[in-house]
Design a protein around this ligand. Structure first.
Ligand SMILES: [Mg+2]
Length: 212
């Protein structure tokens, strides 16, 4: 299979320009992988180096299920790479999504930063967050690993969160149905989803926050 570089799916943000600020800094929480952490960067690198698929890029990840994006690769090989990406060693190589550290730093002035991830273990990603926003005190950062995307809504209610930023479309849809305001962080794997606020850069998120 060829992974063409002639890609037509590009981030869309034009329709979001009309959104007015609607969220207070203390009402918002974040998913981590694909929103704060650009987790697919090491995944793509490993697909290129370990599997020799040199023309593979993040734009080719048009499905959340990675097996569907690499149909010629066995599930075992993809799982192996995923385990590596989620390992401590690779977690620390994940770059932040552009603008995330700056906006999180600004948000931290108004309350605790809240992150809810479906990862099973929180330890390494907690350390990763501290590494990327080193100026924010540890007691001003809450990271909850649910192990299951469906468990996010209960945690968000307990944390008094009204708005959640997420990249997995099914989770976005479910949380919206449960009454949360959802901001979709644009990624090639969620572009089929329509009808929710979408941002493609953290600076757009900054414009949606009512800064006191
Ligand atoms: Mg995610």
């Amino acid at each position: 299979m060829r992974y063409t570089s002639d890609l037509t799916s590009q981030p869309r943000s034009a329709s979001q320009k009309a959104n007015m600020p609607f969220v207070m800094p203390w009402e918002i929480a974040f998913d981590i992988d694909g929103v704060v952490a650009d987790t697919m960067v090491p995944f793509v690198e490993l697909v290129r180096t370990r599997l020799g698929i040199k023309d593979f890029s993040k734009e080719h990840i048009t499905e959340y299920e990675l097996y569907k994006c690499l149909p010629e690769v066995s599930k075992e090989k993809i799982d192996e790479i995923l385990w590596l990406v989620l390992s401590d060693e690779y977690t620390f190589k994940i770059p932040p999504c552009p603008g995330a550290p700056e906006v999180l730093h600004k948000l931290a002035q108004y309350g605790t930063l809240k992150f809810v991830t479906a990862r099973v273990w929180a330890d390494s990603i907690k350390k990763w967050i501290h590494q990327n926003v080193p100026e924010v005190a540890e007691d001003k950062i809450v990271v909850i690993a649910t192990g299951d995307p469906k468990a996010k809504s209960k945690i968000l209610s307990e944390l008094n969160v009204k708005v959640f930023v997420e990249d997995r479309w099914d989770t976005c849809e479910n949380l919206a149905k449960e009454g949360f305001k959802v901001i979709v962080y644009d990624q090639p794997w969620n572009r089929k989803g329509k009808g929710l606020i979408r941002i493609s850069h953290w600076y757009e998120l900054e414009d949606l926050i009512c800064w006191p």
